[in-house]
Design a protein around this ligand. Structure first.
Ligand code: M6R
Length: 594
């Protein structure tokens, strides 16, 4: 979701801005633009579509040593060049990530003062308001400080001022922004992955801070006072954005799950004491969005079933506004790959007011959620570039399994030695599933209009994730259902050859799911059955068309295996349909607005 970059220094800014924007492409966007100073004039170039479209419009002979750039993910106004960033009003040119909530009110004030607007965006209003304050105060730092008192909502903003051509300014609230530190040059970015090759040191701008960036100096202000800042170091290997001969990042990331399990075993399984002891809390709430929410639902199931402790899960965008029952004996666990999801972050801020303890299960180090929680367990999945989350999901489920394991051991419910062996076998089991040939199945279902996913209990949760994967990257409509629920309405949609993907890994309710599969088979459905091997039940060959056997592991770990064929089925359908797998339409990797 919107990416911001900026550069000031001794090199031509344009290639640097474009490189940074390309690095932030993974966040998702629909248009892109840059602004730079050439011969004391601010030039703006922007367009819809991919960064390559912007690249073609740029004149690289225009040497400029200061500039800002942006990838826009539309929130206010349609996807068109006028609405894309940068925006300009008077002396001020800006790029912005976030939502200015009171922009209508501010627009009225500004219109009465003679400002006119070309776009439908909140950003143009934000820009004009800065210009209005700057015209009044004649001091940009005072102007930005005044604006922060008026602006409601979220903003990470990079600002150029026409008559201050040797400085960039930034300000931030509730959207991420970092400043990369170079030698006689400095950078601005939504996240440091944009410039991790150029610099290893960076500053994380905190809420309500203003930055003034020169090529050889950085000053940070809060409430009109200059403040000290910490310098963070980029972790080596944190940003492996090489596709390594894989056709898509998504396929690369699915394949990486095998080694990831080994890595996690080494980091955490061998040091279970590093995993938080959750036994002292009275309540556990798990929050997240999308795939992270699904991982949280698996977490609930694992903690409840293997360590006998009731857990509630919530979608973060709901939880942040709903009545909650929480206090200082409540542990709130936030799962997030990016660590920047606005709704999840807002929940953390909310529950702190209730005195809750917070734990983040986060992939991106030093991200906003990682910094906001009391404790963090990193999922160590490495950079996930594809918008569709795969390895981040399995690593989140892995961490949830460890929370359940530790609690189960503390309560004397789980035998550690036996289960350790199963953790160690995960890589080889995953390898078997990633090497499976899915072509037969794909050739039968890739053209389907709808695909239904069925499962019961924990298998249903895996199916929610499988269905989400298919929807987001292949644009095929799909729904996941608790197998027993289908006949209460949705079975009316089943006709000849409607694809049904069913999962059975829980022996205790396997026969029930089989009956439900027979119901759809009787109506002509094409059934792909994913089944845990060695289940002690008889399966009638007539109740499925294709079968994939998944290695049997301990039930605590089975969901990590169950999701792999679902990820690959979604990937291969999307590939056959010619979809832009790594950057599906309308989606953003890092959802920094609510
Ligand atoms: O970065 P987060 O894990 O907080 O992101 C949450 C969701 O936006 C994310 O999981 C989304 O659902 C993925 N695109 C799913 O593949």
């Amino acid at each position: 979701m919107c990416g911001i970059v900026g550069y000031i220094g001794k090199k031509n800014s344009l290639p640097i801005l474009i490189k940074g924007l390309k690095r932030l492409e993974y966040r998702g966007y629909d248009s892109a633009g840059v602004a730079y100073i050439k011969d004391k004039n601010i030039k703006i170039v922007k367009t819809v579509g991919k960064i390559n479209n912007l690249d073609k419009l740029l004149n690289y002979n225009d040497e400029s040593f200061i500039g800002i750039g942006h990838t826009r993910w539309a929130t206010h106004g349609s996807v068109d060049t006028t609405n894309s960033h940068p925006h300009q009003a008077g002396s001020i040119t800006i790029v912005h990530n976030g939502i200015l909530e009171n922009y209508q009110e501010l627009k009225k004030i500004l219109t009465n003062k003679g400002y006119t607007f070309k776009s439908d965006t909140d950003t143009e209003v934000l820009c004009a308001y800065i210009d209005y304050e700057y015209t009044k105060t004649k001091n940009i730092l005072d102007a930005l400080n005044n604006c922060m008192k008026v602006f409601e909502g979220s903003y990470a903003t990079a600002i150029m001022v026409k008559d201050i051509p040797n400085k960039l300014f930034v300000m931030k609230k509730d959207s991420p922004l970092v400043i990369g530190i170079g030698e006689q040059e400095n950078y601005i970015a939504s996240d440091i992955s944009a410039y991790a090759d150029e610099t290893s040191a960076y500053i994380i701008l905190e809420d309500m801070e203003i930055g003034q960036i020169e090529k050889d100096n950085i000053s940070i202000y809060k409430n009109k006072k200059e403040i000290k800042y910490n310098i963070e170091q980029v972790e080596q290997d944190a940003f492996d954005s090489d596709k390594n001969n894989y056709e898509h990042y998504m396929l690369k990331e699915i394949s990486e799950q095998e080694n990831l399990m080994d890595k996690l075993n080494n980091i955490y399984l061998k040091n279970l004491d590093k995993i938080m002891d959750i036994s002292k809390y009275n309540k556990i709430h798990i929050i997240g969005c999308g795939t992270a929410y699904h991982a949280g639902m698996i977490g609930k199931y694992l903690i409840e079933n293997y360590s006998d402790f009731e857990v509630n899960t919530y979608i973060a965008s709901e939880y942040r506004y709903q009545k909650i029952f929480a206090d200082d004996k409540t542990l709130v666990i936030a799962a997030s790959q990016s660590g920047e999801t606005a709704d999840t972050l807002a929940c953390i801020k909310k529950v702190k007011k209730y005195g809750c303890k917070t734990l983040g299960i986060v992939n991106v180090k030093n991200s906003s959620i990682a910094r906001a929680v009391d404790e963090v367990i990193y999922t160590e999945a490495g950079q996930e570039v594809a918008v569709a989350s795969t390895k981040a999901y399995s690593s989140q489920v892995y961490i949830f399994s460890l929370l359940a394991l530790k609690l189960g051991i503390t309560k004397g419910l789980i035998n550690k030695n036996e289960i350790n062996k199963e953790y160690e076998k995960l890589p080889s089991y995953i390898s078997k599933l990633t090497n499976y040939d899915y072509e037969d199945i794909i050739s039968k279902i890739w053209q389907a209009k709808d695909v239904f996913y069925l499962g019961r209990g924990i298998d249903y949760i895996s199916m929610l994730e499988g269905s989400l994967k298919l929807k987001e990257i292949s644009y095929v409509h799909s729904e996941a259902y608790q197998a027993g629920e289908l006949k209460h309405g949705t079975i009316s949609l089943i006709e000849k050859d409607t694809p049904i993907i069913a999962l059975i890994s829980d022996e205790t309710i396997a026969l029930k799911t089989i009956s439900n599969i027979k119901e759809v088979k009787a109506r002509g459905a094409y059934v792909v059955l994913l089944i845990k091997e060695d289940l002690n039940i008889n399966i009638d060959k007539e109740c499925y068309d294709k079968i994939i056997e998944i290695n049997a592991t301990d039930n605590l770990l089975q969901p990590i295996l169950n999701v792999i064929p679902l990820q690959l089925i979604a990937y291969n359908i999307a590939k056959k349909r010619g979809c832009d797998i790594d950057k599906p339409r309308n989606l953003a990797k890092s959802v920094t607005v609510e």
